[in-house]
Design a protein around this ligand. Sequence first.
Ligand code: BG6
Length: 491
Amino acid sequence: MTIKTFPENFLWGGSTSANQIEGAWNIDGKGPSVADVQLFRNPQTVAELNNVKGNTDITDDMIDTALKSNSEYNYPKRHGIDFYHHYKEDIALFAEMGFKAYRFSIAWSRIFPNGDDKYANKKGLEFYSDVVNECLKYNIEPIITLSHYEIPLNLCTKYNGWYDRRTIGFFLNYVKTVIDELGDKVHYWLTFNEIDSILRHPFMTGGLIENRFPKDKFQTVLYQAMHHQLVASSLATKYIHEINSDSKVGCMTTKLTYYPYSSKPSDVLATKEKMRQVYAFADIQVFGEYPSYLLSKFKNENINIKMTKEDLSILKENTVDFVSFSYYQTSCVASDESNLELTSGNTTIGVKNPYLPSSEWGWQIDPTGLRISLIDLYDRYRIPLMIVENGLGAKDTLESDFTIHDNYRIKYLAAHIKAMYDAIYEDGVDLMGYTPWGPIDLLSNSTIQMSKRYGFIYVDLNDDGSGSYNRYKKDSFYWYKDVISSNGSSI
Ligand code: BG6
């Protein structure tokens, strides 16, 4: 095959979230969010990693302790990489790499510190307006995620997060404030990051403090919160389209691709069931209705969700324009996993695939899995796709001359870009863009480690909080710059 470039206007860029980069957690009127009480985990082995539960075990006592603590060491997301004060320098570096797009999120509690406040925090709005203007200065298209694991803490403690229907109204209030401010300058919006992760991380994604609810009712609580988020997402989509009809709104799903561990039909069936947990959310956001497999589950498992007729028409009338997703790794599923080796992945633990290598964090590296994922998603939804997260979390070494030789990262990304290329030109997938995760090193979401680095730009900051916060270009910085300037043909 003759190598062509990627499609014209392909959105090459990078992706971050507010809670993993900004810091300034209590500055200029920002209120605490779920991220500010997330404890440093620092697992050292894959076995320890498999026990990182992503704060599903959070209790009111843990929140109280966190709020009484001033420690930025125990709660590193409070300092992030101090993007709040470095954004100009960081966006200039993105521009130097030639970014066409930058995906970032807005911290809801920087705009409404308690979530239910009457008035918006002007300083918060100013900050995001400055960030957007800085991107536009370099012709970088901002892609904004409205909620990326940053629900204001007060909404969790006072209202039980997304379980309470009133949270839809608070979210809408926040969305309208943001869109009124930025809607004419920003053309791409994502409502909820990895919306399906509420099933795996009820606190981080849904603001649910699990031990407040009876164990046997928790499934109902989870799916009720899911329903409220989906209605809120559709209402946000509606408002964005009304304010600027040129805007495109995407859903954002964790593309966990699972393979059957063997060709045993029971393994294949178990895999299908697992995949439905991934697809359920985008199915609703794209097709505008609950899939019958989910309605059957509700019925069979006695999960009673309150949904009004009006909710159902809101979902139906306000579907998304494109599907965005994160992709890092794949794993396997078996009908009986009791004697099989497990390994961790993105917000999940799965059966280890004997045919794939793993990262230091146990995530199994699988570029072909990206091509398979693109085919699956496009065949299913038939609307444009965008890969808004992908990358290799690895330990880097800062040499004495301030260089960083991260050939392993280049190898990982090149293989995934090649898989994208094949999906576009051989499989006919409509792919709009690629914004790999953490173009600048940032705090890991699962372990809150700084040492798990994804960036093209190194940030001199260590797990114990020491470091200068200086930024240095890695070898991958120059490599990605070439990828973008050649529109992918340098791969
Ligand atoms: C995704 C999240 O789940 O994966 C990001 O949207 C996260 O917030 C990324 O950082 C990588 O995961 P981790 O745990 O390595 O930071």
